[in-house]
Ligand binder design. Sequence first.
Ligand SMILES: C[S@@+](CC[C@H](N)C(=O)[O-])C[C@H]1O[C@@H](n2cnc3c(N)ncnc32)[C@H](O)[C@@H]1O
Length: 237
Amino acid sequence: MSQPLRFVLLQLAAVLLAFWLLPRAGVLDQAITAGLLAAVVARVVHDRRWWMLIHAVFPVAIVGALALDVPPWVWLVAFVLMFVVYSGAVRSRVPLYLSNQHALGKLSEHIPPNARLLDIGAGTGTVLAWLRRQRPDVQLSGIELAWLPWLIGRLRLGKAATWLRGDAMALNLGGYDVIYAYLSPEPMADLWLKLQQEWQPGSRLISNSFAIPGVPPDEIVTVEDWKNSRLYIWHHR
Ligand SMILES: C[S@@+](CC[C@H](N)C(=O)[O-])C[C@H]1O[C@@H](n2cnc3c(N)ncnc32)[C@H](O)[C@@H]1O
């Protein structure tokens, strides 16, 4: 059973249990109780500890949101927007966040002249739009899973890049000199296995922030940004 489905089922169970335990309590007390009950069980039911925090806060946040008395259509619009931006993350477990200028500057230093670069999980095209201006020698490609970021990238980049919509894990990664990835810890092991089959000698993988478990990088570049992020680089020789 997927983690989001576990989340929904556990929340429902905790809310019902809180109603049953405290039938006469105020709704806020019931929400706090439901959150605490869910948080305790979350430790066993989920794969990561941070689910406990989400479970604890969620029922209280719902009560707070209802108290705001916002028209229902606002929630509908917010839901649709979240869905088109983040629904892919339910499957891929990689949400959208963007490379910053510091990381892009360091990335550029590690792209050879006239390279063919592919951004896997290209988001809204931030990386390619920046490289289009700063590195006109580079042949740019990107692939993005989620529809809305892909559409924004499409409008933003025009013909400046090969801009694909789909699953990077289904694309042959063989025709590129540089593969740039800013994903999450989740897909890195699978990405490495895929590269073993497909990448060409002379090419390199540059991963922003996320290492590959058990595979030491050939280079680590420190990005001087607020979170002290790193670029991990592997060369295929
Ligand atoms: C952290 S964002 C990075 C965006 C952009 N590369 C940047 O650095 O600004 C990761 C993006 O990868 C996308 N993504 C995750 N898994 C993917 C996959 N298997 N194929 C294509 N895109 C994927 C997500 O939808 C998300 O937009």
